[in-house]
Design a binder for this molecule. Sequence first.
Ligand code: C5P
Length: 311
Amino acid sequence: MSLAAFPEAVHVRAPGKINVYLGVGGRHDDGYHALATVFQAVSLYEDVIARDADDFTVSVVGVADPDTVPVDDRNLAMRAAKMLASATGYTGGVHLELRKSVPVAGGMGGGSADAAAALVACDALWGTGLSPHRLHELAARLGADVPFALHGGTAVGTGRGDQLNPALARGRFDWVLVPSDEGLSTPEVYARLDAHRAENGALADDPPLSLDVPIPVLQALRAGDPHSLAACMFNDLEAPALLERPALDDIINEGLHAGALSGIVSGSGPTVAFLCETPESAQYVQSELMDAGRTALHVHGPVPGARIMSA
Ligand code: C5P
């Protein structure tokens, strides 16, 4: 029998997400906004490899500009590992290698996917064996989108986006993503929304703190019908993201012109997500956008949440 009870390295993969629907309500006292959202996990992944170490370190692979991803305590994966250690009394450390594919600060939850993957990887590496419920609790403390990256699939998020209920989704949805070279700050996009609402007198004084996802969105997902879903996709953060980055409007128009059913800013942006009718039409939209000089990625959803690839 081997003396090595636990693996030397654990590789976990976690998906990026698109908010198929994102309704933003009022701001709570803690600064977070009430949300009613539908997440869909898509086939663009963060890979995290956790290796035994004496202290806590992070390295990053796969980003054009390394300065855009901190490797200190600002890094959400680092925070996840430290939070798990303190919650379980684990006294060692870990080295986390982040192999990134989800655009940095792109509105697709890449940092949240890193954190979810780090939780799962360290839990396996250290043999701390937390229940899914405890992992979810830690995830929610790390950030509003982290529980969904653990969970994956298609889910309704309420509260800050961290209270999840699975949504039925039939078949597969084909998306074309257009990332931008430069990210957008999520807090700034929310602040822009608040300012915009205040200027327009709408919602600013009494925004609802409890919201619902419209039934047609859930019906379209359940039916697996991209046409119906395209007709009711919506994002309250799209207007403030367009105010911050007006050029996104051109990208949306190019994708629609190429035949996408609908185009939407993903989360707080700036990534634009186009819903397409079939895998073939998505390939066509992707190639048209690339011919126009854009970076365009064809992905599909839903896909599973954070899972161990090897240990
Ligand atoms: O939870 P996370 O760290 O991903 O959130 C980043 C920022 O986005 C928050 O600090 C807050 O400014 C904004 N946010 C919000 N309401 C939410 C989720 C995020 O205002 N429900």
